[in-house]
Design a protein around this ligand. Structure first.
Ligand code: HEM
Length: 418
């Protein structure tokens, strides 16, 4: 893929009639502005929002089993809801919708919100006949349109009232300070100083950000944990690195990420071997081009195989083996981006992910905290984790469940408030 003609301009297709596509220019501007908002705070966006996961308290209630044999934890719930918490905090200044469960776990409203986001994501990559024959739109021939519309409605039912209220606050002058990404979207201006986005556009962008954030980090961390629990010697190395860099007196912070090379190598290996989806989002060539000797006529749909690239034996020795150490080189910092496309994490180029830094922070922080905070083993009497993939998706066939025993002092497991 290195031979790719850089003049090629790729744009994105796929269920776009139903799921809005975030304009990358707006996204970049937004992320830039967001940095500025948080720069004046005593915390960075990362350390504030990223510590908002459930993994230390709610999913693994500390007092239940600190000195006991440990408790079974659904790691998929923890990783998916962590991502939901982080992006809701950044978008709407609130981690949760509704009330949590009595033990502090994700309550029914958040479960519904996050589930709807994952449903929308699942169908983003599906072949949908009306994407190719638009006159079929609205007929719900393959059932996908209704599923995605319902999911989209659920997402918006939670988000849109907050956005409407926020627009009202800005109009009435009640709100003057920017707090989060909703404020950024509302106050973006065009070159004439007029609001860049109307209410519907803001709602579309918010829905897109929610959809863009949650699947990759949560899936990569779930797979990394499954692989590491099955290879305890690798888990021990990651734990040793965290204890050496961070110690056991405080939690991993965003500022530690640069030094956690082994943990990042584990996450990077997870992106290589276990991508969230078999293909990158579809693109279309806007002009004739040649890639690796193959002529690609204008208008062709280009689907890069995430699965195929990451497991290509020409690029990776023993490609099916989970081996984080293949990414370690003396004196070189491990990153989760891969611009040579030997596998796809954030992709690259004009339509590559706009949030590689945030995605790296979320993934590394989540994985590092899970490893730092608990000693993990297979659940019950199981001898290992079943690494079978689901038949129609690349996720683990069943949500990863493992036994967790806290390994830090009790005061380091704070109760998270909104
Ligand atoms: C580990 C985390 C993440 C990974 C691995 C990831 C990966 C990707 C990939 C593979 C694409 C498609 C690129 C292409 O079409 O070639 C993409 C696009 C995108 N991502 Fe991410 N992403 C992550 C997190 C995020 C987050 C946190 C946000 C926003 C807050 C985000 C926003 C976007 C947007 C807006 C696009 C569309 C860009 C465009 O179409 O031009 N991503 N991401």
């Amino acid at each position: 893929m290195k031979e790719m003609n850089t003049d090629i301009c790729l744009i994105r297709l796929g269920n776009t009639n139903i799921i809005p596509v975030l304009d990358p220019a707006i996204a970049r501007e937004m992320l830039k502005r967001q940095d500025a908002i948080f720069a004046n705070r005593p915390y960075t966006v990362g350390s504030h929002a990223l510590s908002g996961g459930y993994m230390t308290t709610a999913v693994v209630p500390y007092n239940d089993h600190h000195s006991g044999p440990g408790k079974s934890v659904n790691i998929r719930t923890a990783t998916q809801h962590y991502c939901g918490n982080v992006i809701r905090k950044m978008m709407f200044s609130r981690r949760f919708f509704g009330e949590p469960t009595p033990d502090g776990g994700p309550g029914p409203m958040e479960v519904e919100h996050v589930a709807a986001v994952f449903t929308a994501l699942k169908y983003l990559y599906s072949f949908c006949i009306s994407d190719y024959l638009p006159f079929l739109r609205g007929m719900n021939l393959d059932g996908q349109e209704k599923i995605v519309k319902d999911a989209n409605k659920t997402i918006r039912n939670y988000q849109n009232p907050i956005i409407d209220d926020r627009i009202r606050q800005w109009k009435s002058g009640e709100r003057k300070e920017m707090e989060d990404l909703t404020d950024v979207l509302i106050t973006l201006k065009d070159s004439d100083g007029k609001p860049l986005l109307n209410a519907d556009e803001i709602k579309n962008q918010a829905a897109e950000i929610m959809i863009a954030t949650v699947d990759n980090p949560s899936n990569a961390v779930e797979w990394a944990m499954a692989e590491l629990i099955n290879q305890p010697e690798l888990l021990a190395k990651a734990t040793e690195e965290i204890d050496r860099v961070v110690g056991k007196e405080r939690l991993v912070e965003e500022s530690d990420i640069g030094s956690l090379n082994y943990v990042k190598a584990c996450a990077r290996e997870s992106f290589r071997l276990h991508p969230m989806s078999p293909f990158n989002v579809p693109h279309v060539a806007t002009q004739d081009t040649t890639v690796a000797g193959y002529f690609i006529p204008k208008g062709s749909h280009a689907m890069l195989s995430r699965y195929g690239l990451g497991r290509n034996p020409k690029a990776w020795a023993d490609p099916l083996r989970y081996d984080p150490e293949r990414h370690l080189k003396d004196g070189v910092e491990v990153v989760l981006t891969e611009h040579d496309l030997r596998f796809i994490s954030f992709s690259t180029g004009r339509r590559g992910c706009v949030a590689a830094l945030l995605g790296t922070c979320m993934t590394t922080m989540l994985l590092a905290r899970l490893i730092q905070c608990f000693t993990w083993s297979p659940p019950g009497n199981a001898r290992g984790i079943d690494l079978t993939e689901k038949e129609d998706e690349l996720v683990l066939v069943s949500p990863l469940t493992a036994t967790a025993v806290p390994r830090l002092a009790p005061h380091l497991y704070p109760t998270i408030t909104n």
